[in-house]
Design a protein around this ligand. Structure first.
Ligand code: GAP
Length: 380
């Protein structure tokens, strides 16, 4: 009989398990890897798809007041002027005068290089957006950016969605997609990478009802993680202090998870007020006012934004599910994954390779795989 060991999960064990079992590999590994970029292997890609599917099911398919969108990653450069990202999406960066490593000022405990203790340069602002060029000429007129958040695709399509779906306020737009940030300090495996995926909702409401909807979404999103089996004790809410708030936010709560390196943000729920629609109306010259046919008023809606990371959710799921047990004197690692998220749902394991049993097992396998991901193994 196996005996449970107290599971002590640290990041090294998670990284090693992911590598060994084909969940996550370093990007371009045969060339030595690419800093803070990761590839999801055969089991990892299924886990990630299941997380995205569970989110889409909960926030789009099971609701009447949210519709989906899949906007392009490259957007008109004016989007980032209007959103404030070109000007304000910066981190203060310092460089060590001895070892030349670069650090984010907010990550420093004192004014010394954390690696060699050397003297640091004065901070300068570093924009986190990745730049590229559209078309064959590489000049300032052809600069475009890889989106640093999926949110803006939903704001610039607000009018399209209102006109084509006839949705009335309050309603939301949901999107899952890649985002890119040229982070200065990365690390903690897939927690902070330079290419990652977000699952975001922009929920449009009438001002005055925003606080009520903000509280609603904080609760709703916390429950989503609990319903997927994440232990309640490993989750907490943290309200942002005024000085931490992003340039667009009136209020924000983080849902934090107790990762191996400590409590850290899993998802942010922000009250963005009317900042984004007002800015896009100003820069595009198009009115983004909503006409309320009940009250006959024109107004710019407020936005509540639950913004989650797919990769951080995958990391939280793996850390939460990790366990060890003694098996004939050896430590066996196992994952207690929620059935909705488990990459493999059913295993067909015939005890022999002979005769009619194999035929029946193969038929069961063929039938089951039409509904689930099933593994067939007659080797053991
Ligand atoms: N639209 C709002 C927004 O992007 P954010 O707090 O910067 O807000 C939302 O990001 C979520 O995206 C985070 O809670 C996190 O889960 C994920 N995220 C942000 N930066 C990330 C990074 N460098 N690597 C992995 N996930 C990241």
């Amino acid at each position: 009989m196996s005996k449970q060991l107290p599971a002590k999960v640290d990041m090294e064990k998670i990284v090693s398990l992911c590598r060994r079992r084909g969940f996550i590999f370093p990007s371009s590994e045969i060339y030595g890897g690419l800093s803070s970029c990761w590839d999801y292997g055969p089991l990892g890609v299924e886990l990630k798809r299941n997380i995205k599917q569970a989110w889409w099911q909960a926030v789009v398919h099971e609701r009447d007041d949210v519709v989906g969108l899949d906007a392009s990653i490259l957007m008109h450069p004016q989007v980032w002027v209007a959103s404030g990202h070109l000007e304000g999406f910066t981190d203060p960066l310092v460089e060590c005068k001895s070892c030349h490593l670069r650090w984010r000022v907010d990550d420093l405990k004192d004014n010394k290089c954390p690696s060699c203790g050397g003297e640091l340069t004065e901070p300068r602002l570093f924009n986190l957006m990745f730049k590229t060029f559209m078309g064959p000429i590489e000049d300032s007129a052809s600069v475009v950016y890889l989106r640093p958040e999926t949110a803006q695709g939903m704001f610039v399509n607000f009018e399209n969605v209102v006109n084509t779906t006839r949705k009335r306020l309050p309603f939301g737009i949901a999107q899952i997609g890649k985002a890119f940030r040229n982070e200065i300090t990365t690390g903690n495996f897939i927690f902070r990478s330079r290419e990652f995926e977000q699952m975001e909702i922009e929920f449009f409401v009438k001002s005055g009802t925003d606080k009520e909807w903000f509280d609603y979404w904080v609760k709703e999103r916390l429950n989503w993680y609990i319903n997927l089996g994440i232990k309640k004790d490993n989750l907490r809410l943290r309200q942002h202090m005024k000085k931490e708030l992003a340039h667009y936010a009136l209020d924000c709560y983080d849902i934090e998870y107790l990762f191996p390196m400590g409590w850290a943000e899993l998802e942010g729920i922000a009250n963005r007020g009317d900042f984004d629609l007002v800015q896009h109306a100003k820069y595009s010259g198009k009115s983004l006012e909503y006409f309320d046919d009940e009250t006959k008023e024109h107004y710019v809606p407020y936005v509540i934004e639950p913004s989650a990371g797919v990769d951080r959710s995958a990391l939280a799921v793996l850390c939460d599910a990790y366990d060890e047990e003694l098996d004939n004197g050896e430590i066996r690692v196992l994952l207690h994954l929620h059935p909705t998220l488990a990459p493999i749902k059913v295993a067909v394991l015939p005890l022999s390779r002979r005769g009619p049993l194999v035929q029946v097992a193969k038929q069961i396998y063929a039938d089951l795989r039409q509904c689930w991901i099933v593994q067939y193994d007659d080797a053991q």
